[in-house]
Design a protein. Structure first.
Length: 174
């Protein structure tokens, strides 16, 4: 067996562990807030704390990576919205997709971690794409002129944190 063949299962396991850590970080942040412990995250992910620290040297690095992923997801949702021919459908796609990302759990760490250049760049690109979505919807008459990009972002944040969504999910409803 070659070294490459032995490495592949380890890489697959590392990727599974990383996904579990990132999901656990979201869940622990949602309940414990900014004081979420790395030990609690590792425990919820079902990995040892050493495994977590091999991947992320610090809690801040873990949170930065998680934020970068979420920003990338928002950017993708906005770009997909812009790909819709109909401005309203594009805006609806962005809003519903963004709510489904349930990134409201990241709110407790807002302002507590250093923004990396990657995060800043993704945030700017996402902001520009959302502005284009809102402008398109305004120009077509599909969105009231007094609704702003900030209004949409606040709505998304609140709905993403809503216990109603969790209740609907438990009932098997969307």
């Amino acid at each position: 067996m070659t070294q490459h063949a032995r490495k592949a299962p380890r890489q697959a396991e590392a990727e599974r562990n990383d996904r579990a850590v990132l999901q656990a970080a979201r869940e622990v942040l949602a309940t414990d807030g900014a004081h979420a412990s790395v030990a609690a995250i590792a425990e919820r992910a079902g990995v040892g704390i050493g495994s977590l620290y091999r991947r992320y040297r610090t809690k801040e690095e873990l949170f930065q990576h998680l934020c970068a992923i979420v920003l990338g997801d928002y950017l993708t949702a906005a770009e997909e919205g812009l790909a819709h021919e109909d401005p309203w459908e594009g805006l609806v796609h962005y809003v519903t997709t963004s709510i489904s990302l349930a990134s409201g759990s990241l709110a407790p760490i807002a302002g507590t971690i250093t923004i990396t250049p990657e995060m800043a760049e993704q945030n700017q690109r996402a902001d520009d794409a959302v502005k284009a979505l809102v402008d398109r919807a305004h120009n077509s008459g599909a969105l009231r002129p007094d609704v702003t990009q900030i209004d949409l972002e606040l709505l998304i944040e609140q709905l993403a944190k809503s216990p109603l969504l969790e209740q609907l999910k438990k009932q098997g409803r969307t």
